[in-house]
Design a protein around this ligand. Structure first.
Ligand code: SF4
Ligand code: F3S
Length: 266
C-alpha cells in the first residue's frame, strides 16, 4: 500500500500574507500532518519545502511536466497585472506567467483566501499593483474559489478530499465558491439571531448588551449579506468564530470586502 502514488499537489504563493498557509497548519480533519505525509504528495510549497532557489523551481517544473493534467494546484495571494505584472516576480517570471503555466496545466486549481479569489487587500482602492484573483488572471482554467481572510482550512481539506473521491470539483455558486461551504447566509445560522429577532442590539463596544452577547448588526456586522459556513464549521477545531468572539462579521469571504466593510474605513 505504501508504494501507491499519492495525488500530487503544488501550492503557489503570490501577493499574500501567508495567512492561508497558517490556516492549513491548523487543519483538524484531516490534519496537515496527515495531508502531507499520508494523503498527498505536496511537491512545491515555498513555506514548508526544504528546497530553495533553482532547486525549488526545478521541482515545480518537473511536477508540471510529469503530472500534466493530473496534479492539483492551490494558489494563495493575488496576481498583479499593472505594468506588465512587474510588481510580482519569481525567478524572472511574473506571477501571471507562472499562474498561466502551472494552473493552466493542472487538473484543477483551488484559489485559497480572498486575495487569490478576488484580489483581496492588494486590490483595495486604489489597487496600486492592478491586483486580481486567479480566475481573472488565468481565464479558461478550472478554478474553485475558497475565499475568507483566511479561508477555513477544513473547507480546503474538504474540497481536496471531494476532488480525490469524485475526480471533480464540488458544485459552486456564481462567485465560484463551493456550495457546501458558501450556500447559506451567516445571519441564518448565527447564535445571536434570536437577539436580532427580538430587537436586542449592541449599541457600543463593551456595553451591557455586548457583554450579554446581543446582536452586532448595529456595530456593522455583515452576517446578513455574507454566505459562509463560519457559524457551523467554526475555526481551530470548532473552538470559535468572529461573531462568537464578539467582533461581528466583516464579510471577509465576499468580493471587495476591504472597500465595503463599515469596520474598515479609509
Ligand atoms: Fe446577524 Fe450579525 Fe446579528 Fe448574528 S450578530 S444575528 S450575523 S447581524
Ligand atoms: Fe469572515 Fe465573517 Fe466568517 S468575517 S470568517 S465571513 S464570520
Amino acid at each position: 500500500l505504501d508504494k501507491v502514488q499519492r495525488p500530487t499537489l503544488v501550492w503557489l504563493n503570490f501577493q499574500d500574507c501567508t495567512g492561508d498557509t497558517e490556516a492549513l497548519l491548523r487543519a483538524a480533519n484531516p490534519t496537515v500532518g496527515e495531508l502531507v505525509l499520508d494523503i498527498l504528495s505536496i511537491d512545491y510549497h515555498e513555506t514548508i519545502m526544504a528546497a530553495a532557489g533553482h532547486q525549488a523551481e526545478a521541482a515545480l517544473e518537473k511536477t508540471v511536466k510529469e503530472y500534466k493534467g493530473k496534479y492539483l494546484c492551490v494558489v494563495e495571494g493575488s496576481i498583479p497585472l499593472k505594468d506588465g505584472g512587474v510588481y510580482g516576480c519569481i525567478g524572472g517570471k511574473t506571477f501571471q506567467q507562472i499562474a498561466r503555466h502551472v494552473c493552466g496545466n493542472a487538473a484543477a486549481t483551488i484559489a485559497v483566501g480572498t486575495c487569490a479569489s478576488y484580489g483581496g487587500i492588494a486590490a483595495a482602492v486604489p489597487n496600486p499593483s492592478g491586483a486580481v484573483g486567479v480566475r481573472e488572471a488565468v481565464p479558461g482554467a478550472t478554478i474553485l474559489n475558497l475565499p475568507g481572510c483566511p479561508c477555513n482550512a477544513d473547507n480546503l481539506t474538504a474540497v481536496v478530499v471531494h476532488f480525490l473521491t469524485f475526480g471533480k470539483l464540488p458544485a459552486m455558486d456564481s462567485h465560484g465558491r463551493p456550495l457546501f461551504a458558501h450556500g447559506k447566509r451567516i445571519h441564518d445560522n448565527c447564535e445571536r439571531r434570536p437577539h436580532f429577532d427580538a430587537g436586542q442590539y449592541v449599541e457600543s463596544w463593551g456595553d451591557d448588551a455586548h457583554r450579554k452577547g446581543f446582536c452586532l448588526y448595529k456595530m456593522g456586522c455583515k452576517g446578513p449579506a455574507t454566505f459562509h459556513n463560519c457559524p457551523t464549521q467554526r475555526f481551530n477545531e470548532k473552538v470559535s468564530w468572529p461573531v462568537a468572539a464578539g467582533h461581528g462579521c466583516v464579510g471577509c469571504s465576499e468580493p471587495q470586502f476591504w472597500d465595503t466593510s463599515p469596520l474598515y474605513r479609509r
